[in-house]
Design a protein around this ligand. Structure first.
Ligand SMILES: [Zn+2]
Ligand SMILES: [Zn+2]
Length: 349
């Protein structure tokens, strides 16, 4: 029996690399040779440090990695579209396929017991091969790399969905709170969608430095007690028409909301925790709309890869560290420090 390596996360900030049999694709499934498999903040927050998740975020001891991208090496029987040799991003949740959410393409929101996310409830991308449902594959355009594709599988798509949800356009100035990999993605996509002025906030020195080097925002500010005032100074005392919280931190959310202009829109994508604020002063009297947005749909992921190709916008710009699978422990340790850009596990050709 042919075997492969796969990463399992025991939940005590360690990484185990184990041997697994190479899976056989069943009906409607494809075997994907992994080429790039990046680490998401959710992997750190809900799996690596400890197994925190419940429901759709419950980690079931499977091979980790929910940002997979690779090349199909063996389509199973009954595949209708994808063939051997196709380069694919994996939409990272396999839903039941027939509920209302799945039919809208939002397999992320599927509530069937059959729903399984790669890297959470079924084997994910930190392995030499991944067994994927054909209906979760998204064709990767030729001028995007496998690393670009991995970043689309969760982070970039999540930002694209959120910015589309608030109808970001050239009429808007955009406030991005948190400039980790998701915030960098939000700023890059915000620019591509037309935002004229982009203000980014971050607390981690390493990430502030990176955001400035990448020049993804017009103003990169340290997220300290002066930040709220500086947002107002930069926007004529009004705040930004649109804002996105990528920090997942109460303090970050409490900058995103007041940094939003009256009648503006604020979307939360940073996961976890809570937030507490004066509702009248912060939301009602400012007439602002607050959105929650969770991952994306299959359709919007297909839209995004098409647009990235057309815009010649390369997500891999945000990658600061690449590791082979054998060094997954170091990759996770580094991602957990929260000072870097995106960390990606890459595979030889
Ligand atoms: Zn993710
Ligand atoms: Zn479903």
């Amino acid at each position: 029996m042919e075997t492969m390596r796969g990463v399992v996360l025991p939940g005590n900030s360690t990484v185990e690399i184990r041997e697994f049999p190479v899976p056989e694709p069943g009906h409607g499934q494809v075997l994907v040779k992994m080429k790039a498999s990046s680490i998401c903040g959710s992997d750190i927050r809900a799996i690596y440090r400890e197994h925190l998740g419940e429901g759709p975020e419950a980690y079931q001891g499977v091979i980790a990695g929910h940002e997979p991208c690779g090349r199909i090496v063996a389509p199973g029987a009954g595949c209708k579209r994808f063939r051997e040799g196709d380069r694919v991003v994996i939409y990272h949740i396999a839903g039941c396929g027939v509920c209302e959410d799945c039919r809208h393409g939002y397999m992320i929101s599927c509530r069937s017991p059959l729903r399984a996310a790669y890297g959470w409830q079924r084997d994910g991308g930190h392995a030499d091969y991944l067994l994927a449902e054909e209906n979760t594959c998204v064709l990767l355009p030729d001028n995007l790399s496998y690393v670009d594709g991995a970043l689309v599988a969760c982070g970039f798509s999540t930002c694209y969905e959120a910015l589309s949800r608030i109808h970001l356009s050239g009429e808007d100035r955009l406030l991005v709170v948190g400039l980790g990999p998701v915030g960098l993605a939000a700023a890059m996509l915000g620019r591509a969608l037309g935002a004229r002025t982009i203000i980014g906030l971050e607390v981690a020195p390493g990430r502030l430095k990176l955001a400035r080097e990448l020049a993804v925002a017009d103003h990169v500010l340290e997220s300290d007690e002066t930040a709220a005032g500086r947002i107002m100074d930069l926007t004529g005392g009004r705040g930004c028409e649109a804002s996105i919280d990528c920090s997942g931190a109460p303090a970050g959310r409490l900058l995103a909301l007041p940094g939003t202009r009256d009648w503006g829109r604020c979307v939360f994508v940073g996961e976890g925790g809570t937030v507490s604020f004066d509702v009248s002063q912060t939301v009602i009297h400012k007439q602002i709309t607050v959105y929650g947005s969770w991952v994306t749909s299959l359709k919007h992921m297909e839209d995004l890869v098409e647009r990235l190709a057309r815009w010649e916008l390369r997500p891999e710009r945000t990658v600061t560290h690449r590791f082979p699978l054998a060094e997954a422990a170091e990759a996770y340790r580094l991602a957990d420090e929260g000072q870097s850009g995106k960390v990606c596990i890459v595979f030889d050709e």
